[in-house]
Write a protein that binds this ligand. Structure first.
Ligand code: ACO
Length: 317
């Protein structure tokens, strides 16, 4: 596969660390030092589906295509206001696409998981042009009284259009059952036969465990895709990691002994936007002219599950 178009959309409202100081027992210094985040953009009156549609339209426009040209829409999402229909179906209606669509939930690894599916479909010849859309509102899962989680997240949508090509050089996806490290329990409707007590529990996270697992797994995945593709770590132009925390990115960068400019960051201004973080970064960098055709990029993500995913691609635009 190859990426032929990118797009992104962010909510209008910017929530700074100093604004959080007004509602929580926290400080700009603590958040900056532990996470590298200075602000995040969060949903207020917007709907996630509208951000998703905007990111999708931009990616199609960038690829020189219309919604009708797309054969498949894969949507990566953890929560949105509908459990059903899928967010993919909702967005399809908004952009005027006429193709099969479904949602996947691989948490923050969703974008690279979706790339692996697209690669398989394109190789088989089943589809020719696939829209991958990652739309996330993690700020709706956290308790806004819990300073250890709510400061970390932001909302966003990122999208890419992919078509057949030889630019996917290696890809790995993994999952390990680790429910206690990071989970969000959705409240289901009661029935006359349910006897257990149920309550709406916001996101629960063991931050230190997430940190360690993220660093270890991402290092293993990146080594894996370098070895599978036969590319030396110094030949990679950029390592585009899931944007969860600057310290996680730094730990991985130090392991590979690479200069800081090869590990771009935008978590400082957007927070952790779950599976949207990598396509948002690709779009931002592409529009700034950071990539040229043939550049080798490593993408690496990790998320609840615990899921991990990495790939090595060549830029094709
Ligand atoms: N402001 C001030 N103090 C805080 C805050 C806050 N926002 N949050 C926690 N603290 C306090 C804690 O209460 C604790 O106080 P205590 O010592 O009196 O008990 C103290 O700070 C230290 O807390 P720790 O949890 O040990 O702090 P740590 O250095 O581990 O940093 C953090 C916490 C930032 C969450 C870190 O563990 C981390 O980044 N983990 C990765 C989590 C992550 O990225 N999650 C994203 C979702 S998952 C994903 O994308 C894969």
């Amino acid at each position: 596969m190859k990426i032929i178009g990118t797009g992104r959309a962010h909510p209008a409202f910017t929530l700074t660390n100093s604004m959080l100081e007004d509602i929580l027992d926290t400080s700009n210094e603590w958040i900056m030092e532990r996470t590298g985040i200075t602000q995040r953009q969060i949903i207020t009156d917007e709907k996630l589906e509208d951000l998703a549609a905007e990111a999708a339209r931009q990616a199609l426009d960038d690829a020189g295509l219309t919604a009708k040209d797309i054969d498949l829409l894969i949507c990566s999402n953890v929560v949105n206001e509908y459990a059903t229909p899928s967010l993919g179906c909702v967005v399809e209606g908004l952009i005027g696409a006429e193709c099969p669509t479904y949602d996947i939930n691989a948490a923050c690894s969703g974008f690279v998981y979706a790339l692996s599916m697209a690669e398989a479909y394109l190789r088989s010849g089943m589809f020719r042009r696939i829209l991958i859309l990652c739309a996330e509102e993690p700020t709706r899962m956290v308790s806004w009284q819990d300073r250890s989680t709510c400061v970390l997240f932001g909302d966003a949508a990122g999208a890419v259009v992919v078509t057949a090509g030889d630019e996917m050089k290696a890809i790995r996806i993994t999952a390990t059952p680790k429910r206690d490290v990071l989970r969000y329990e959705r409240m289901l409707q009661p029935t006359p036969y349910i006897t257990k007590s149920e309550s709406d529990v916001p996101l629960v996270m063991n931050g230190r465990e997430v940190f360690k697992t993220a660093v270890t797994s991402s290092i293993a995945d990146v080594k894996g895709v370098l070895s599978d593709s036969g590319v030396d770590k110094d030949e990679v132009k950029y390592y585009i990691l899931h944007q969860a925390n600057v310290r996680i990115i730094e730990a991985i960068r130090e392991h590979f002994k690479q200069p800081a400019e090869k590990f771009p960051r935008n978590v400082d201004k957007y927070g952790n936007t779950s599976s949207a973080s990598i396509p948002v970064m690709l779009d931002e960098m592409s529009r700034k002219g950071c990539f040229k055709r043939g550049d080798k990029l490593v993408l690496s993500a990790f998320g609840a599950g615990f899921t991990t995913a990495a790939c090595l691609i060549e830029w094709a635009k």
